[in-house]
Design a protein around this ligand. Structure first.
Ligand code: FRU
Length: 449
């Protein structure tokens, strides 16, 4: 099986959202939306990758595939929990009412319906696709609750005394909403409440995730049609500091949101708790064309999500830091799995990461990937953070196809897919730059001697 470090990439063909992310029986399991036949979106399967440490990943093939009436055209996104030693996956099954006559892997004019399904596993590796699936929420019939077609991506969690499920939907395709369900036993689910913001927040909310942190509740959603700036990617992941009342499933969502990532490539993120109980997130990095080797789609690095006041931070996971701790003096000494570059920027300064530019303008960071990205109508080339509040310390984690720029320990992050940075990745900046690469197993780094 293929091992990958730093960034998890599609094993081949196409991947999109992370699914069923969980630490279970000593492994991190990360499933993902997978089309195994071509490097484009089509009938969805759940691919499966596992890791002991969130740094080194191993692809384990297909876990879920269409096998029932309800999911015959795709196993869409969903989540995982553990109960009584078993792994439970919940996901959206889709059934096309009219298949596209030119392509059996897509449907015609959005004529499909969505049900929510569950499947369990005793070990996290074996799934009985033929006999093991049950429908927990049939296609919605009450329009006052949600949409029969566009209701998907259930995320479950354990509350104080019962199970909760949040799922994305739309109010008449006019604005996005989330629905809340409760269950005592994981099998019977009751609709309780909903939350929405109105027409300026996209027409459908995909991949919702809600969790409590030490600093308060966080809602993440991926609204479709959020941006109207002429760029190709109108769907973007956003997060809000929220208040949630379990007994009534009432959620207070403020008007102001943050983008989860200011590179505008990250979408459909999902969180879970890591082995230490920290909230950790993975997200899909969208790519406009396949990488050189033919695969398309990858994931960002695992990020610790924290809320302080009303700000949400996305910090480099300590395991990644520990793995990328072998100090090097020159980028040519970096391993194939990429490197980390650490430096500060003063107002007006620019760092050049093999053609990918990082500039400080006042108290904002701007990036420019024009030189390392295809040019097409609506391409997002320039990114910018909001005003920084706490200096300008930059940590870049880079490999051949993905550059992640963490600013001030995750005050903001800009992640961008790149092409053609290949062998000439280097940092051109007239100041101290610390460079780190992957520490091989058993190897010591400075400070440990
Ligand atoms: C988000 C999404 C989800 C859906 C899945 C299908 O990227 O559209 O809403 O479940 O992808 O692949």
């Amino acid at each position: 099986m293929k091992r990958q470090r730093l960034h998890l990439k599609a094993p081949d063909n196409w991947i999109n959202d992370p699914n069923g992310f969980i630490y279970y029986k000593g492994y991190y399991h990360l499933f993902y939306q997978y089309f195994p036949y071509e490097p484009r979106w089509g009938t969805m399967h759940w691919g499966h990758a596992v890791s002991r440490d969130l740094v080194t990943w191993e692809h384990r093939g297909v876990a879920l595939y269409p096998s029932t009436h309800e999911d015959r055209n795709g196993c869409f996104s969903g989540s995982a929990i553990e109960e009584d030693g078993k792994l439970y996956l919940v996901y959206t099954g889709v059934r096309y009412e009219v298949v596209n006559p030119e392509d059996p892997h897509t449907c015609l004019d959005e004529q499909f319906e969505s049900a929510q399904l569950m499947i369990t596993s005793e070990d996290g590796f074996h799934f009985d696709n033929e006999e093991g699936k049950t429908v927990i929420i049939p296609p919605l019939t009450d329009k006052k609750i949600g949409d029969r077609t566009h209701t998907r991506d259930p995320k479950i969690w354990r509350g104080k005394d019962r199970w909760y499920l949040i799922i994305g939907s739309t109010v008449e395709e006019k604005y996005g909403e989330v629905l809340f369900y409760q269950s005592e036993d994981l099998h019977t689910w009751t609709y309780v409440n909903k939350a929405w913001k109105g027409p300026d927040y996209g027409w459908m909310w995909e991949c919702p995730d809600f969790f409590e942190t030490e600093g308060g509740g966080v809602l993440m959603v991926s609204p479709m049609g959020l941006l109207k700036n002429g760029e190709k990617e109108k769907n973007q992941s956003v997060c809000f500091p929220v208040e949630f009342t379990e007994s009534t499933c009432q959620m207070e969502i403020p008007d102001q949101y943050q983008f989860t990532d200011y590179g505008m490539d990250l979408y459909a993120p999902q969180t879970t708790r890591d082995s230490e109980g920290r909230r950790v997130m993975e997200g899909w990095i969208r790519m406009p064309k396949p990488a050189e080797e033919g695969w398309i789609g990858m994931f960002c690095l695992p990020r610790i999500v924290e809320r302080k006041g009303n700000h949400i931070y996305f910090r480099i996971h300590p395991n990644v830091r520990a793995a990328y701790s072998k100090e090097i003096t020159d980028i040519s000494c970096a391993s194939e799995d990429g490197y980390m570059a650490v430096f500060e920027l003063e107002d007006g300064e620019t760092a050049d990461i093999g053609g990918f530019l990082i500039k400080r303008k006042g108290n904002r960071i701007q990036t420019d990937r024009t030189a390392v990205y295809p040019s097409f109508e609506g391409a997002h080339l320039l990114s910018e953070t909001p005003e920084l509040t706490d200096g300008c310390r930059i940590e870049v984690l880079a490999d051949k196809n993905l550059i992640e720029v963490y600013i001030n320990d995750g005050e903001y992050v800009i992640s961008n897919a790149v092409y053609g940075t290949g062998d000439f990745i280097k940092v051109n900046i007239e100041k101290t730059v610390h460079l780190y690469t992957l520490k091989e197993h058993g190897e010591r780094t400075r400070g440990e001697e």
